[in-house]
Design a protein around this ligand. Structure first.
Ligand code: HEM
Length: 454
């Protein structure tokens, strides 16, 4: 029995790796509907479900269908809607100013020997995400505790083998990471519970716009009604679902943004002429605020895109492929597709450095994204014609935070380059080795000599 169980689990767990942009296009764009779910077993959904015996999906883990659609519409038409980006801009600017202010007051010795930027940028991005999620009333100690648990949860999820398939064998192999994830889910619930209760009380008194401009994410989740499991009725979200969705927002809004900002700064240090050119554009920009960050400053946009092309913060995306979509990935000879779908991993790092698509793909050259460059029409998400890079994914499950993510990275980078000059630390070089993990961070956190402009 055990042997046949393991054989079946192994067959179902066969993973197809896609690094070819043409195959990714065939699968994710031409057969989008057949690749619109992620393999559920990979995610620790079942751990959350152990708590109350039900699946407790967040948006990432939800199967393509009415439940996912309700969650996605709520976020994409609420806080993250492109028309809201203008009103979010002042909050983003405030976060960037706090970041720069904090770095300015660091000791001169630290600045001269080598300043590590990952911590301060993470703190600034997390403070903003917390504000968007819960409003303006979260105190510092509570926010720091949530920051720690978010970071630890991401690390624990990263420890889970990408081949984890929910089988008994893989649970045994991953028992340590699963135990940690389970404990951290409990801690998240403890920390979010009072903030959810405060949002419910706010709702009663019709108060509490964040920054005076918009409804925090948690408030919208309390208002949301999702399809009930039986019939046409709709129901409110359960506490365990709320916790999962809030963690998803805090994690997604922080880690990828920080990873991209750090890589971009690393390249600006490595190529001072690119840094100078960027600084000139930023200084010449009359409106250093919201509109420029969205549609102006082409070189800043190009620097961020080039960084995302070379180092997509989320290195792998996962899908379960069915029908024609499975054949688009596995080839015409694909005969047996498990009921749960063919498991597919798209390697975003390889796709952005494909030699057929890019000249000198290993070189950091933002000019390729400017008018007349080889990639002048390429944006953060692929169009319908071809895929050349896809740092925010592609198809119906692409990242809903692309607009806010791009704007936040640009806002941080513009502030950091306007305010400081960046140079290698006393080691004299920038180590560009990538960390093999859930997020493709710099293996050695960036440390830089920083000189403040007069
Ligand atoms: C530099 C910033 C970011 C990067 C590089 C990034 C990247 C990604 C990628 C690669 C995916 C998977 C897409 C796919 O499977 O096709 C994703 C999904 C997602 N991202 Fe982002 N992301 C970023 C920022 C954000 C922000 C700011 C938020 C929200 C606050 C966010 C929320 C989400 C959510 C909820 C999903 C799941 C969507 C679904 O399954 O429908 N992300 N992101």
């Amino acid at each position: 029995f055990l042997r046949s169980y393991n054989r079946r689990a192994r067959a179902e767990a066969t993973v197809h790796f896609v690094s070819d942009p043409a195959v990714a296009h065939r699968a994710l764009i031409e057969n989008a509907d057949d690749l619109s779910s992620r393999p559920a077993a990979i995610f620790p959904v079942f751990l959350a479900s152990l708590r109350d015996g039900r699946r407790n999906d967040n948006m990432t883990t939800a199967s393509y269908g009415p439940h996912w659609r309700a969650l996605r519409c709520n976020l994409a038409s609420g806080i993250l809607h492109p028309s809201r980006l203008a009103s979010l801009a002042p909050l983003l600017q405030e976060a960037a100013e706090t970041l720069v202010g904090g770095l300015s007051t660091r000791g001169e010795i630290e600045k001269a020997a080598g300043l590590r930027v990952r911590g301060p940028v993470t703190a600034a991005a997390f403070a903003l995400s917390t504000r968007l999620c819960f409003g303006d009333s979260v105190d510092d100690a509570h926010r720091h505790a949530m920051g720690r648990v978010t970071r630890d949860s991401m690390l624990a999820i990263g420890e889970l083998s990408p081949r984890f398939d929910g089988s008994m064998l893989s649970k045994l192999v991953n028992w340590r990471a699963l135990g940690r994830i389970s404990a951290l889910l409990g801690r998240q619930a403890e920390l979010y519970r009072p903030l959810i209760a405060a949002a419910a009380a706010r709702k009663q008194s019709h108060s509490g716009l964040c920054g005076g401009v918009f409804q925090p994410y948690v408030d919208s989740l309390l208002d949301l009604r999702v399809p009930a499991d039986d019939g046409d009725a709709r129901r409110a979200l359960r506490e365990t679902e709320l916790v999962g969705l809030l963690f998803e927002f805090l994690g997604a809004g922080t880690g990828s943004v920080v990873t991209c900002a750090e890589w971009a700064l690393a390249h600006l240090i490595d190529q001072p002429e690119v840094q100078d050119k960027l600084r000139r554009e930023i200084n010449d920009d009359a409106d250093a605020g919201g509109k420029s960050l969205r549609t102006g400053m082409p070189y800043l946009n190009a620097v961020v895109l080039e960084s995302l092309r070379m180092h997509p913060p989320v290195p792998i995306i996962l899908r379960a492929a069915h029908g024609e979509g499975a054949r688009a990935v596995g080839g015409a000879a694909t005969v047996s597709v498990p009921a749960s779908g063919l498991r597919v991993m798209f390697n975003l790092g390889h796709i952005g450095r494909d030699r057929k698509m890019w000249a000198d793909p290993g070189e950091f050259r933002p000019e390729r994204f400017l008018a007349g460059g080889e990639a002048e029409d390429v944006g953060p998400t692929p169009g319908s014609k071809e895929i050349r890079m896809m740092p925010f994914g592609a198809g119906s499950r692409h990242c809903p935070g692309v607009g806010m993510g791009m704007m936040l990275i640009k806002c941080f980078l513009a502030a950091l380059v306007r305010e400081f000059e960046w140079a290698p630390d006393c080691s004299g070089r920038v180590d560009m080795t990538e960390l093999d993990g859930f997020l493709k961070m710099m293996k050695k956190p960036l440390s830089a000599r920083v000189k403040q402009h007069a």
